[in-house]
Ligand binder design. Structure first.
Ligand code: MN
Ligand code: MN
Length: 416
């Protein structure tokens, strides 16, 4: 066997090893060290992890990228992440002037602008039209079946789309060019009251995305229409919302209560400061689909019956939490962790007074060594206030919580 030099052993030390106290052992390889470095809690899970829980992470960096004139797009759906049945995601880039062709689909489309600006158009079934320019931190929602288009402006754009069906495919949308191509030209001529020759030069394939020129000012694209614009816009300035400010982070919630167009998809934009965490919670409405925008963090999902599993996430990753399962998200980096929590629901829960009592009782139970009760009587008996939970947590992190008033958003209530 080859002898290990001090230099070699020094390098070995820099490579993460699946060792936890007296458990585990080195991994001599073969191994993908870059992947191990990005997933320290998978290589070496905390000792509290246990049992079998399906995969809850997929990175857009592992998704097939569809390169087109005008930009690119890639998707994370139930095919990539099988547990994600409620929602699917698309990450798309449009170059300056690049157009995502007018199209529609069976699913509602929710979107968050990550970089740059775009011009979006839509038409509702009664003929009311919609056009707007959106920038970083803006979102849009086109209800199922509504035709719409997206075009990159001067600086181009990148955004994430979320659809209210995990089996959605961005590659199977209804394209105007595709429909024309598969309709007899005589029928097209009859339908539009023009000559067959007028359709001689329609595209020979479905466009999906194409390169065009950067459009002029918004006003130059606004058409005069006797029906007029939609009464409720399809766009919304999510980042411009005044956030719920908490010790350790902020939350912005956009759902049907403040953005009526989003009747099937609810969102929370969460920022967690370094050293802080989104506290232990669960959601009583539906599964949670996550998109990580910046920073890095880790999440442990508790699935009952002694099952628990931890994943690491960073910008460009998708995370998932099945309905009702307990979880937290801890910032493990040196910069702000920013991510989206998405729900197939008309609302995101804001507040849970029950949890206020439950967590205080849990801390009380931990202190007294009894786990017999999560009720307010024990809570009152122990006389704990919320902040007393912190030292009992035995952790360097603080809760994402400011104490006044009791504010969580895992349950609906007076949190905002
Ligand atoms: Mn679409
Ligand atoms: Mn959550």
């Amino acid at each position: 066997m080859q002898k290990t030099s001090p230099q070699d052993s020094n390098q070995m030390n820099q490579v993460p090893q699946p060792i936890r106290g007296n458990e585990g052992g080195t991994d001599p390889g073969p191994r993908n060290v870059a992947l191990d470095r990005q997933n320290p809690d998978i290589l070496t899970p905390p000792s509290t992890d246990s049992g079998t829980i399906p995969n809850l992470k997929f990175s857009f960096g592992m998704a097939r990228n569809r390169l087109q004139p005008g930009g690119w797009s890639r998707e994370v759906t139930a095919r990539e992440l099988p547990i994600a049945t409620t929602l699917a995601g698309v990450n798309m880039r449009l170059n300056p002037g690049g157009v995502r062709e007018l199209h529609w689909h069976k699913e509602a489309e929710w979107a968050y602008m990550l970089t740059g600006r775009a011009r979006i158009t839509g038409i509702d079934p009664n003929g009311y039209n919609f056009i707007d320019d959106v920038g970083v931190g803006d979102l849009w929602n086109f209800p199922a079946g509504y035709p719409h288009s997206i075009q990159g402006l001067e600086e181009g754009c990148e955004f994430v789309l979320v659809f209210d069906n995990g089996n959605f495919s961005e590659n199977e949308t209804f394209l105007l060019s595709d429909w024309f191509l598969h309709t007899p030209k005589e029928v097209l001529a009859k339908n539009f009251g023009v000559e067959v020759e007028d359709f001689a030069s329609i595209p020979s394939h479905g466009l999906y995305m194409f390169q065009s020129t950067v459009p002029g000012p918004l006003a130059s694209d606004q058409v005069s229409d006797p029906v007029g614009p939609v009464s409720r816009p399809f766009s919304h300035h999510m980042l411009a919302q005044e956030p719920i400010r908490l010790k350790g982070g902020t939350v912005r919630i956009t759902d049907s209560t403040n953005f009526p167009a989003a009747s099937t998809i609810a969102a929370a934009l969460v920022e967690v400061e370094p050293g802080s965490m989104r506290e232990l919670h669960w959601h009583p409405n539906n599964d949670e689909w996550q998109y990580y925008i910046e920073g890095q963090g880790r999440m442990t999902v508790f699935a009952s019956s002694g099952k628990s599993r931890t994943f690491d996430y960073r910008a460009g990753d998708v995370g998932y939490v099945p309905f009702a399962m307990g979880h937290y998200i801890e910032n493990t980096g040196d910069t702000t962790l920013r991510y989206l929590e998405m729900f197939k629901s008309d609302h995101a829960y804001r507040n849970s007074r029950q949890w206020e009592h439950a967590s205080r009782s849990a801390a009380c139970a931990a202190r007294t060594g009894t786990y017999r009760s999560f009720n307010t009587a024990v809570d009152a008996h122990c006389g704990l206030d919320r902040h007393a939970v912190l030292p009992l947590a035995g952790s360097r992190v603080r809760l994402v919580y400011d104490g006044q008033p009791p504010l969580h958003w895992t349950g609906r209530g007076s949190g905002q």
